[in-house]
Design a protein. Sequence first.
Length: 828
Amino acid sequence: MAAPTRYAEVLLPLPVSGTFTYAVPTELESAVKEGVRVVVQFGRKKIYAALVKSISDRPPSGYEAKSLLAVLDEKPLVHERQFRFWEWIAAYYLCQEGEVMNAALPSAFKLESESKITLDVTADAGKFLLGEKEELLVESLLHRKAIRISEVAGILDQRKTLPVISSLIEKGIIRMEEELPLKYHPKKETFIRLTEPYQQDESLFRELFDRLEKKSPKQLELLMSFLVLSGAGTGSVKEVTRNDLLKSVHAAPAALEGLIRKEILETVTRTVSRIGEETAREDVSSIRLEPFQEEAFETLHRGMDQKGVVLLHGVTSSGKTELYIKLIKETLDQGKQVLYLLPEIALTTQIINRLKKYFGGRVGVYHSRFNENERVEIWNRVGAPAAEKRYDVILGARSAVFLPFYDLGLVIVDEEHDSSFKQYDPAPRYNGRDAALYLAHLHGARSVLGSATPSLESYYLAMEGKYALSVMSERYGKLELPEVEVVNIREEARWKKMRSHFSSVLVSQLDEALKAEEQAILFQNRRGFSLRLECDTCNWMPVCKNCDVTLVYHKQMNHLRCHYCGYTTKVPDTCPSCGNRTLRMKGFGTEKVEEDLSLIFPKARIARMDLDTTRSRYSYRRILDDFEQRKIDILVGTQMVTKGLDFDNVSTVGILNADNMLSFPDFRSAERSFQLMAQVSGRSGRKKKRGRVIIQTYNPRHPVLADVVNHDYVSMYRQQLADRLRFRYPPFFRLIRIELKHRDSRLLGEAARDFALRMKKIFANRVLGPEYPMVSRIKNEFIQQVLIKIERTYSVSHAKESLMKEIAEFHRQKEYSPVRLVMDVDPV
Ligand code: ADP
Ligand code: ZN
Ligand code: ZN
């Protein structure tokens, strides 16, 4: 075999730094292209699908490159811009490109050691002199068509199997079976249509009908049904799916077989999409903007031209989505694609249908609840060349930034303030909003960040002139913003006016709403929704044996559960600490609210929406649909109820306890509380009637509550901004949080001190910690954290460079090398 002259730089889906060089066997030279997957051996035993990032003719210096084993794709899976994007994410969020690759590719594109080898039927094994082990493997493959790589060791009776496998692959005798067809199953469907003579000549039918009527009435029934379903007689060839046809009549498959035998009908099998196709039903030009919207739209346009990025600050129901739809239309007319990001939970049927109404089958949806096959289809259709099959508008959650867009013209990030755009675990710990802005920059696309309650960071950048700002402070159709009332539940309790968790004000408002056949939403922050057990005598509380947290009571299962590791245990009868039978439930759960509410309003139809009731893919949608169809009067829920719902019969919103949001120990808690309360308030208000919001609190003087009552974002912003400057937080300072983890708390303590000292060497007094975070042990690993606060004038790239150097030094110390470091840039 000729010596290789080409070398491929490949990315591995692993947390290892940089690319690796592999030699390209001469016979694969024409197949190896940038962006295709290749099979390589990495380490002693493992085989991976790697991605070719570049090709050169320089061999690596200092070692001999291994050959790559096979090429998996004909056409590139990933293109140049995506590689640039991945590089940026890795550099900005301090992780490896391999980790970004792992997050970016649908897992059906990944090869696992479950991959199989097969004999290449075209190969001539006799040409080579095979080694004993090679013979053995070929022999086995003659008996069994495919063998898993993990089984080879057993067959050869030796641990080192890869040299044998790669040698056979190089000789072209065996092949890696591509994993993709195994994992991705295109959906096939059988269609029924008329055979050619009957398509051509309608007069044939008359005689046919007579014949069938006498001899095979079942077949006639089926044929009639086919003609109805296919809308025959209107020219072009009409097809009906076999399933639809058989469902339409009672005629069994036998009747169909009969008609096929008589060559009246015939079948065709074709690959179809799993994703429903729709056609647009309405034209964007039918949207008539109100004057205030028109004005905002113009500002938006001007801003995009001048700054590229616009913050659209529009109150709930001001028509932000209508403006997006207009922008999307413009972008499509230029032949470019659109990425429209929403928090996962806000990706409801409502918004999907709204877009499909205007853009039909050009809209694709992408989020984590899709299965692997669906994701591969969407991936392929975003990069598809054929115009009619291509998705030009992607509505997606944060991971949609990784799709292979060929030419983005517009990026929309709606609800841009939402913290769920940030990926927490595993790396890359990226913020979908910020990554999308960078992606837009790579494509030279325009961007809009939209929110009724922008993040302080984005609003600050708008104030600083980095982004343009467009404002809508009215609601569409002269709808008024809701009337917000703060109720002091301490006072109510003193006068014994509380019923369970509901103030008299809220109860009477709910009562009124129910009488008027209006709907209500009751919101409780997730943190306030857990039930905990506590001993009245000694204050003992059950804690997790693996984590440093108290366990939460689950009524349905009647057990105590850890929300971090899933550990569960029975509810004890007596207190394990003092032995008394004085264990009591503390706090209140969604279930409890639902229960107590039904005692007060026995006739009301009440439903709850929380993590427990929405585990499955469809239950969340079902609850929302029921609510929309008014099968539910009162919806009780957590954060989930605040996102992007648009129900015009909701007159009342109750916030059960504002305090557990406001008092949460985090520098963003005031901002978050304002956002949550303003968003959930925005769900109320009907066409002709002003909505009402009731906020229950022990602390009615809290300044944030006044801002919510007055719908005054800017006041909240100013107040918070002053605090952020004083306490050195974003937007004035960038945060990098580093968590150190290890099972041995003493070792961890030492390592964290050493690490913090190293950080202080570079960043001086910008370093905080080490300290234990609020939850200091999870799954038996102790955690310490170090926080670095970097002012905006400090060069971030420089900071990150010295940081990574110091981390490498730290890990070079043998005793600390098992300590895990988790980097979080811009933590939320
Ligand atoms: P936002 O996204 O700001 O919350 P939406 O775009 O959802 O607001 O608008 C709220 C409601 O008002 C929607 O039902 C929308 O269809 C309607 N709406 C807003 N602007 C217009 C308009 N110009 N013409 C017709 N309907 C509109
Ligand atoms: Zn006790
Ligand atoms: Zn636990």
